[in-house]
Design a protein around this ligand. Structure first.
Ligand code: CTP
Length: 394
């Protein structure tokens, strides 16, 4: 996200303090954040907080004589790759819908050609008021992206719709919009992640140690490089990422169905999921009781998802092995007709499952590239570098 600029508009909702976290997370992702606060917002959070968090001046007035920008709303509007209004009050939505520009933030919103992302936060009755409903519809029709509001406890004491959306959800959309001109822009990429659960009876399943972290990192990185992403995920403990299509599945058979549907017109399939190779051939309809001293489960082979999908221009598979990593990965490359295999050696302690880091080798027809141990997100970027160049060739 380096060299991307966000103008963060903070308006006078109690949730203004949560915008500090948003500003912090954007700054940590190397985004340049220029905060513009309305007068009301400054009653709730001090500009000094945003200045310290973002390391940049904070604009609060239309006519600040000390400001280096000559015509600030125009220069801010031009500099922005994205304008985020978070939190957005009913008042600022009404001004935006009507093109009113009576302070620095609304002038900037009127002058910008950058996409605009809005995270409303207000009392339920204000959100549900016909005036706000109409304003929101008009803004949506103009292509403005809304995140939230969420349902939950409100500052007014009650519960209902109107709560500021979780910062993670705002970031998902922000990164998608900031990445829209990336090297995967316009590419449709299907990513699978997590392990599958094969039912033994209504209570138990056969599963594996996959956490889903590698696949999720690839899906998020692809989104942030402009791709139109579909994530097909087995059960995981991870947060469902935004800014992409999300298809939850449980079994290998469901994974096959979901991937088959998702790859129609897709440019690339990245199978990071750990799909079961065997499934109980007749799962018990009621709970198995421990009546016998031993129990034999009969398993049958599942369909090979990667092997049975032929018409995707770029196919990437994963290989987790405990020995003969490179040889086995080369076999997979050939047998499954893959363009790339991401191979990782699984140790006795079951690393890298569940870890945030990984050490892999990238194997294609031409050879083996061993990547140094790195965060899964970093590895995801290297895999996508390969996918991007394979797509150019394809
Ligand atoms: N895969 C798949 N469908 C399956 C099983 C695996 O598409 N039913 C994909 C995985 O997502 C992964 C790759 O195939 O990308 C792993 O290859 P596979 O040969 O299944 O790995 P192993 O099960 O480890 O192979 P083997 O048992 O042959 O060693």
């Amino acid at each position: 996200m380096a060299e991307r600029t966000v103008v963060l508009g903070v308006t006078g909702s109690i949730a203004a303090y949560k915008a500090v976290d948003l500003a912090s997370r954007l700054t940590q992702s190397n985004v340049v954040v220029h905060t513009v606060m309305t007068k009301n917002a400054t009653h709730l959070v001090g500009p000094a907080t945003f200045r310290a968090i973002t390391g940049r001046p904070v604009s609060t007035e239309m006519f600040e004589l000390t400001n280096p920008f000559a015509i600030e709303h125009v220069s801010l509007a031009d500099a922005a790759d994205l304008v985020i209004v978070a939190p957005a009050t009913a008042n600022v939505l009404a001004k935006m819908a009507n093109g009113i520009a009576d302070d620095l933030l609304t002038c900037t919103l009127l002058a910008t050609r950058a996409p605009v992302l809005v995270a409303p936060a207000m009392h339920t009755a204000m959100w549900e008021h016909p005036a706000t409903r109409e304003n929101v519809e008009r803004l949506r029709a103009r292509g403005i992206t809304f995140v939230g509001p969420a349902v939950g406890r409100l500052a007014s004491g009650g519960t209902g719709i109107g709560r500021f959306a979780p910062v993670e959800e705002i970031l998902d959309e922000a990164f998608r919009l900031l990445g829209r001109h990336g090297d995967l822009a316009g590419r449709r990429i299907v990513v699978t992640a997590g392990g599958t659960h094969e039912p033994v009876d209504p209570i138990r399943f056969l599963g594996n140690r996959s956490s889903g972290k590698m696949g999720y990192a690839i899906a998020e990185a692809a989104r942030d490089r402009g791709a139109d992403v579909t994530l097909v995920s087995g059960p995981t403990a991870l947060r469902t990422p935004g800014g992409m299509r999300f298809l939850p599945v449980a079994t290998a058979a469901e994974m096959l169905d979901a991937v088959r549907g998702a790859v129609v017109n897709a440019d690339a399939l990245v199978m990071a999921a750990a799909v079961a190779d065997y499934t109980p051939d007749a799962p018990a309809v009621s709970k198995l009781k421990k009546t016998d001293p031993s129990l034999v489960l009969h398993l049958k082979r599942t369909a090979d998802v990667l092997g049975s999908i032929g018409d995707v221009p770029v196919k990437v598979g994963f290989a987790a092995e405990t020995e003969n990593l490179i040889e086995n990965a080369r076999d997979k490359l050939r047998q499954k007709g893959l363009d790339l295999v991401v191979a990782n050696l699984v140790g006795k302690d079951s690393a890298p499952f569940g870890s945030d880091a990984n050490e892999v080798a990238l194997i294609d027809k031409r050879g083996v590239e061993e990547l140094p141990r790195a965060a899964k997100r970093e590895i995801a970027e290297r895999i996508l570098d390969r996918v991007a160049s394979l797509l150019v060739k394809a």
